[in-house]
Design a protein around this ligand. Structure first.
Ligand code: HEC
Ligand code: HEC
Length: 200
């Protein structure tokens, strides 16, 4: 009886060992046909690095699920009671582009031609990494095709602003995402090429 229990107990242990062996296999195997589970594993690794950018405050401050934008690395609510408004670009009395000009101002106001909040259906605040991942292509949410997503992440001006974020009101340079813009574009391509897997 005891021996039988020991056997049962050792099954999960063996599975963990097998899993550990698989995941310690070399992550990059370029130019080879690879088994599908391994593709998924790589795809998840790519998304893990993509998420360090997506979940960075330079992106999250505009992808809020609130009625207002956020600011700073601590994501505090936007100063001066700034509100989202009907079209994500402020209220009639206080539009984003009243203060946000076409370029970053040396006095600390970030700028861009199309500065406004991401619509609520593209809100990421409060979502798990897996749910953000799934929302990107969900027709009820962002609903972009993979081609559109690659283009958006690599070319969009608001996305690109995160790597040229200027200084804050105290003159301190804003922090940037931990992956370079060009590496980020490549990661999105690699993620799509390996099946665009999302963490569960
Ligand atoms: C009354 C002027 C004013 C208005 C209107 C305004 N902003 Fe701002 N915004 C600022 C200033 C000033 C800063 C910089 C604050 C700082 O760095 O401490 C800022 C910073 C931000 C940041 C922070 C960037 C970061 O990552 O730290 C975001 C996001 C932002 N604004 C979005 C918006 C949006 C979206 C609107 C319209 C819905 C808007 N703002 C309307 C003045 C304004
Ligand atoms: C100043 C605000 C702002 C900043 C900063 C910003 N975004 Fe956005 N984002 C938007 C807006 C607005 C849209 C909607 C674009 C549209 O409809 O064309 C959007 C849409 C997106 C989408 C499409 C979402 C979907 O589900 O289809 C992605 C992906 C995205 N942004 C990525 C990023 C990343 C990555 C960063 C940081 C590196 C970032 N954004 C920073 C405002 C912002």
């Amino acid at each position: 009886m005891l021996a039988r229990m020991a056997f049962l107990l050792s099954v999960p242990t063996a599975m963990v060992m097998v899993a550990a062996t698989i995941s310690s296999a070399p992550a990059e195997q370029h130019g080879q046909a690879v088994a599908q589970p391994e593709d998924r594993q790589r795809s998840l690794q790519y998304f893990g690095r993509i998420a360090t950018v997506i979940e960075h405050p330079r992106c999250m401050n505009c992808h809020t699920s609130t009625d207002f934008p956020r600011q700073g690395d601590d994501g505090h609510p936007h100063i001066m009671q700034v509100r989202r408004g009907l079209h994500d670009s402020g209220t009639p009395a206080l539009q984003c582009n009243t203060c946000h000009q076409r370029e970053n101002s040396p006095s600390g106001v970030p700028g861009n031609e199309v500065w406004h909040l991401a619509p609520l259906r593209m809100a990421w605040e409060g979502l798990s990494t897996g749910d953000i991942c799934r929302s990107l292509t969900d027709p009820q949410k962002g609903g972009m095709s993979y081609e559109q997503l690659i283009h958006h992440m690599a070319e969009d001006k608001l996305v690109a602003w995160a790597w040229d974020p200027g200084v804050d009101l105290s003159g301190k340079p804003r922090s940037m995402p931990p992956v370079s813009h060009s590496d980020f574009g490549q990661l999105v391509r690699d993620w799509v090429a390996t099946g665009a897997a999302c963490p569960s």
